[in-house]
Design a protein. Structure first.
Lengths: 332, 332, 332, 332
């Protein structure tokens, strides 16, 4: 039985708490949050106790911590938890600062304690099936990857201002998805972006619509499309052209009802947002972490993966400013 | 908090145990089974105790019992549990004997204690969305209903022999689905059936492939197709033509991956069998039962519903033998 | 070059005229119609001449006649054309009277001149692909066939009155489709039907909604659903369960546009009616006729096929009246 | 009746000949080709005469010429035909040289004789429905356009060498599609490309896989993906995200058969190549040209459109070489 401390009792912490509790091999022992009421409420729901994060990290009875706090605390908490000998699952991104993330990477290197980054989409059944089909040779060699990733509605501008920008906050998931599928980092990153959904986002210095093209040393190409608004729901699709075929992981509809009337043939919308779409993925992610920690095998998404995605976000940010391709090696 | 005794720790009992435990308003307190080891194992997994069913029914601290035992015990257990003042959720069918089911119906009438029959498919999100769309007037008035219901593989012949036959064992779900959607019992039942999947099923006196046509007093028609074998998985679809359109509740695929190669464009198979397809429905069914018991409102699927479906199975059995339509009134 | 006389210049005659003209191996030479203006207009459009049908049949320069006149003239015209040594393609049904059709069958038997019946749906690319997949063993042995066949809107009651009834006029196509796919005539026919779309159709003695179940000597079953009204368009689907899989020939949408909004995910309706859906089938039908006549090989849809479908319509009519299964042998 | 001379009797000329002949308002009068046998054969099939192109252009009885010759002759033939007072429909691209195309544009400006460029995809029913839905406001304001355009198999390297490169030869269709849908030229063009399908294409100085991103002055973005090889068939899709929804024009399958087996649920492949997919579009294109010429209204695809697409190909070629965005204004 893995005894787990959860740092952060916000929306995503609540999701993780459910995954921890419902897994037969793990138990939620302690919860912390800067809002002590939130920590107490979530702890009570799961038979855990609310405690300060420093105390949780110091507790020798706790085996693992799940970091779901605000991004600016991730690196510090990873370092502290690893120093205390815990296994760590940390939400993405590692940090908004690539330099700080790389310092963290160095600080924990060789500790022997597992650090996994919470790129939950790798555990989505359809994306997983796509990766498995590619690895099984179903479409030959990968050539051209397309990732469509649209949120249903833009976040408040107050959030945008502290988010690190669309590339670090939102597209970072897609950078990791590209790395997951392609099995390799790209050579160059080319980005365009604009604020067409909400001018206030542009006024805050960010974009809400963006396209990034990645090129690989062997000629493969990937393209990622992001929008902060798809009114019909969370649009999360991956499509991969290979030498012997095409793989497409489609959206998951809310149900399978189809209605045919004089107005056309209408099916259900995609599931509305990440909680609906990715709940099975969050559970599978946690199960993979528990399995790796328990078996002493490497975690499936490493701190290096987290740093790699962040470097791509950095390169995309620079490329959008310059209008030219940025070599990933130049930001690493 | 509803304290629940589970009678029957087999495959379907295990499913219900999960639903009971994961519901915040109910708690699995006791489990019985004729195989005491099975009861002990399931009880242990859920922090409950294994006890004989009579003791569970007699325990005043238990509020509700879920009957998931073999069919021939359903009526007796319903009567005993109601006599003891419990709320009851009983698996389908009420009984293999229509006469016994009607006696049970009479015995518990007016008790004031809720009896719900486990027609789980009413709680499937897609079938529920179909019913809601019909009720909302999306396709006008219902005219022609089609239900496709194929199992992935036939059961062992030993099971077939004690099952009461395809109409009572398998199509009974579809009879209830017809009643749920049409909101009314049919006037006549016409059935054909054959043993084409497995001659051993025919030798055992049953059919493995059947089509039943229902006619309603107002001219509506329904047709139900059953097969014991669809090698591609559990095929569960409902289609309703109305005066202003068509509704189709389609299968749920295992994932959303689509592969295009020289061999064609291939998607995932339907989920394999009822556990995979209907797990959300079992949870929603239990939630509906808890809500009704807690609120004192009528349960959404009554003992009368169970008897009505059984009468249709009886009529279908007779019609298949005679080759003529059977009036439902003549078997009720 | 096959010189063709077209008897009948109505809606379906016009369709056939286009198929004849656009085929490189046939030429429309003469057109007849009881409305001489219609014959002249259609003849002019195709560089043919308008002439009385008797004259066309007698003309030794004409190789083949296509009979697209009213149903009550079909048998007489088939007999006359065969007597004159023509190859014949005659629209369905052979006759409304099974007795008359069988007399015609006898009259032309052994003539050596080809008679083909215009069951155009056999030439639909999707239905053809279904049949080919079955014949190729893709789903093992056929077990349960379902045919859905809904018109977009009911015909005028004046037409219904002279149509011979839904079974002879509309479902006859589906009876032939069942024979085409199953490769065999059924043993029994069971029919239900009602007038729920338009009471005036019921007042005229016909039904507008019907379900017919066919059973085969070897245990196979087929079910056919007809409605005179599907407001979303012409609904023409065939579905076949076999021992190793399922085949479904779906509708053909007007285009492939899909629109996702807050209201759902909407695609185009099916093509509106038979001209839109089956134009490719009419061309393929004509090409098959020309090929058979030119090569001296048997036509792909025989007069026997026409009589067989008519006998099933007769049996369905009787079954609906009696409420019991009718053995096809008893009407043949 | 429009009398038409067809210049070029190759594969695409043959397609146009059919469209001309089957249109009730036009007649194929003369055909030319550098291979005189090809011209004679095609002319004979359509009751036309084979003549040299200069003679066709000079013939006062000919109203319109359709130019389907090799690309390097397009500009000269357009100029000659316009000088002779003909209406012109010319295959894409106008020229491989933007400078030559612009000279041609200047030469025929103000002639008053219509010149239409053969961007046939604008006349595809599904792409047309997408444009119509956008114009009808169905998804609000356009924001992010994606065009997927894959050929089934790469052309011979001998063709690649004279093709002008993927951007001018293949993606030019997609540049025009972007202009058609967005209703405006982009501000910048960013291109990446590689030779991953066939190294011989790379050795010939071209790419076989490419992604181009277009940005618009108002913040809209478009992305175009091209590959010379999609083994499953011609992959031609357009997807447009707007402020109130998403439009997707999908592929057209060869038929609607779906097969479900233990291997999955398999539908037909997309139609194999442009002749299969776009035959209806070629007919609609010709009908639009005839209508515009007959009515004296502007043609729906102008020489300016042809030059605009060519300029985008030029900019893409430059961007791929430099790795930076190219302003379209800088190549115009």
């Amino acid at each position: 039985m893995l005894h787990v401390g959860l740092l952060g009792a916000g929306r995503i912490g609540t999701v993780h708490a459910q995954a921890i509790t419902s897994h037969p091999g793990s138990q939620l022992t302690a919860v912390s949050d800067v809002m002590s009421e939130a920590a107490q409420k979530l702890a009570a729901e799961h038979g855990a106790t609310a405690r300060p994060s420093a105390e949780i990290i110091a507790d020798p009875l706790i085996d693992a911590v799940l970091i779901a706090t605000s991004t600016d605390t991730h690196s510090d908490l990873i370092e502290a938890a690893i120093a205390a000998g815990k296994a760590v699952l940390c939400e993405k991104p590692v940090d908004l600062s690539l330099a700080r993330a790389r310092a963290c990477q160095k600080a924990v290197a060789g500790s022997g304690h597992p650090v996994m980054i919470g790129f939950n989409r790798r555990f989505d059944p359809s994306f997983g099936a796509l990766k498995a089909a590619l690895d099984a040779g179903d479409i030959g060699r990968a050539e051209l990857l397309s990732i469509t990733s649209f949120d249903p509605a833009p976040p408040p501008v107050s959030y945008v201002k502290v988010s690190g920008g669309l590339f670090r906050d939102m597209m970072i998931h897609d950078f990791d998805m590209a790395n997951f599928i392609m099995g390799d980092a790209p050579e160059t990153v080319m980005a365009v972006g604009s604020s067409i959904v909400d001018p206030a986002i542009g006024a805050a210095g960010d974009v809400d619509t963006a396209v990034v093209t990645l090129t690989y040393a062997d000629g493969r190409i990937a393209v990622i499309k992001n929008s902060r608004r798809a009114v019909y729901g969370y649009d999360q699709r991956v499509e991969l052209l290979g030498s012997e075929g095409l793989l497409q992981a489609q959206n998951v509809p809310e149900n399978t009802l189809v209605k045919s009337t004089t107005a056309g043939v209408t099916g259900a919308k995609p599931t509305y947002f990440f909680l609906e779409r990715y709940m099975p993925a969050y559970r599978a992610e946690w199960a993979a972490f528990v399995a790796a920690v328990t078996d002493g095998t490497p975690v499936p998404v490493t701190l290096d993966d987290g740093v790699a995605a962040l470097a791509m976000a950095e390169a995309a940010t620079l490329s959008r400013q310059s209008g030219a391709a940025v070599r990933l090696a130049d930001v690493m």
